[in-house]
Design a protein around this ligand. Structure first.
Ligand SMILES: NC(=O)c1ccc[n+]([C@@H]2O[C@H](COP(=O)([O-])OP(=O)(O)OC[C@H]3O[C@@H](n4cnc5c(N)ncnc54)[C@H](O)[C@@H]3O)[C@@H](O)[C@H]2O)c1
Ligand SMILES: [Fe+2]
Length: 401
């Protein structure tokens, strides 16, 4: 029986409208003179790269931009980024973008400090020490990568997403400025927003920390459900329930953008300590094969996995229904818990996230291989509140087909 839990996050969180204007000061305090900004062509085009270049340049820092980020980044992108970093020799990296660019900056900061290639670090706790100083600046309200211990890459050879997990990957500073998310198109807002909801729900309904089934001799940044994770997940679920529809509908509603930015970061703090589970395990092969966005894959799968887990966590699911604004007065726990599923289904439809795997182009004969691949991802399956077999995973995929 485990009785001790820990909590880790970014070293510092700077949150609020115009927070990015403080980047010059923040970076100087890290004693950095040369800064590599890791971003992508879209963010250069919409002017976000310039808007963070300005405060950095005003502080007299030497800057270089790596614009080669891509959605669901490949190992090749990581190699290209670190090749530029090795030439420029930055003393800090700034990851600007959604989870994709932040994760690219995280793996690049790892390779810069410790050498080797991305594959050397895939798995849990393989990074031997601190990585190059890293500041993450999210432009989506989604992944929580700005505070998390993960960097997710696409292994294009094996058509699967893979995760590098280590507390050394947590950025020194997370600068969360909701104004940077205003230019997100509705689909990006919807997909990244439902990813954040998935993080909060998977953390809130995870297996208990006290019974977390970690085999002896193995280490894991995930620890199962604990009280600090619960506080963060509850607030995240409420904020996302309150603001996601409006953020998708009205891109420039700053209250909705701010609520989502906070919800996503809190969800990141929760899941990156507690863990994510079957939704994420199934999304890795689905996303690797279909190239759907991580958020769309998770949002699609979320209610099907909730249904599978319902009996293991009825009280938590009933609480989720209340947090999402459902009136469950007079309902018994089981019926209240069911309302969490219907509330998520309704939210998913309202924001335009696909509801069936076939809508992503998945073919029926792919379901079993997806289940087998997901079954191999033990580090997250062990977080699930109900133990799962490969047949269970196939059953969930069939229900979602
Ligand atoms: N590290 C973690 O803890 C963690 C957690 C969950 C997901 N992920 C990973 O993060 C990635 C998904 O990240 P995401 O959902 O943030 O999307 P993303 O980073 O893939 O971005 C999606 C698209 O939106 C564009 N975009 C982003 N911000 C924009 C803005 N403000 N204005 C206009 N366009 C914008 C990007 O250029 C990109 O083309 C996946 O690879 C996923 O596996 C990582
Ligand atoms: Fe995620």
């Amino acid at each position: 029986m485990r009785t001790v839990w820990t909590f880790h996050s970014a070293g510092q969180l700077v949150f609020g409208r115009n927070a990015a204007k403080q980047l010059g000061d923040i970076t100087t305090r890290l004693d950095a003179r040369r800064v590599l900004i890791v971003t992508d062509p879209i963010l250069v085009k919409v002017g976000l790269a310039d808007s963070i270049r300005e405060p950095l340049a005003a502080a007299g820092l030497s800057l270089e931009i790596f614009p080669g980020g891509e959605p669901e980044p490949s190992m090749r992108a990581a190699e290209a980024c670190v090749a530029m970093a090795r030439q420029f020799k930055p003393d800090a990296l700034v990851g600007l973008g959604g989870g994709s660019n932040m994760d690219l900056a995280k793996i690049s900061a790892t390779l810069l400090a410790h050498g080797g290639g991305p594959r050397d670090y895939v798995g849990d706790d393989k990074i031997p020490g601190p990585i190059a100083p890293l500041i993450c600046v999210p432009t989506t309200a989604g992944t929580g990568s700005e505070v998390s211990a993960a960097s997710v890459l696409t292994d294009t050879d094996n058509k699967i997403k893979v995760g590098v997990l280590s507390n050394y990957l947590r950025p020194r500073v997370a600068v969360v400025d909701p104004l940077l998310t205003v230019s997100c198109p509705p689909k990006v807002t919807a997909d990244s927003g439902i990813d954040a909801l998935t993080h909060a729900i998977e953390a809130y309904t995870a297996v208990d920390n006290a019974t977390f089934p970690l085999p002896s001799g193995e280490r894991s940044v995930y620890q199962g459900k604990h009280p600090m994770g619960d506080c963060l997940a509850e607030k995240a679920i409420a904020l996302i329930g309150q603001h996601l529809r409006q953020a998708v509908r009205r891109a420039d509603d700053l209250d909705a953008r701010e609520g989502m930015a906070l919800g996503a970061t809190l969800a990141g703090m929760a899941f990156s300590n507690v863990g994510v589970a079957v939704v994420h395990a199934l999304e890795y092969p689905v996303g690797g094969a279909t190239h759907c966005s991580h958020g769309a894959g998770n949002g699609l799968l979320l209610p099907y996995v909730m249904r599978f887990n319902l009996t293991a966590r009825p009280a938590e699911f009933a609480a989720i229904a209340r947090l999402l604004g459902e009136d469950v007065t007079g309902l018994d726990e089981r019926l209240a818990a069911e309302r969490a599923i219907s509330a998520v289904e309704k939210l998913r439809t309202d924001i335009g996230v696909p509801t069936r795997l076939r809508d992503l182009g998945v073919r029926e004969e792919q379901l079993r291989p997806f289940a087998d691949k997901a079954f191999g991802i033990k580090r997250i399956l062990r977080v699930n509140p109900r133990p799962v077999t490969a047949e269970d995973l196939e059953g969930i995929l069939r229900a979602a087909f």
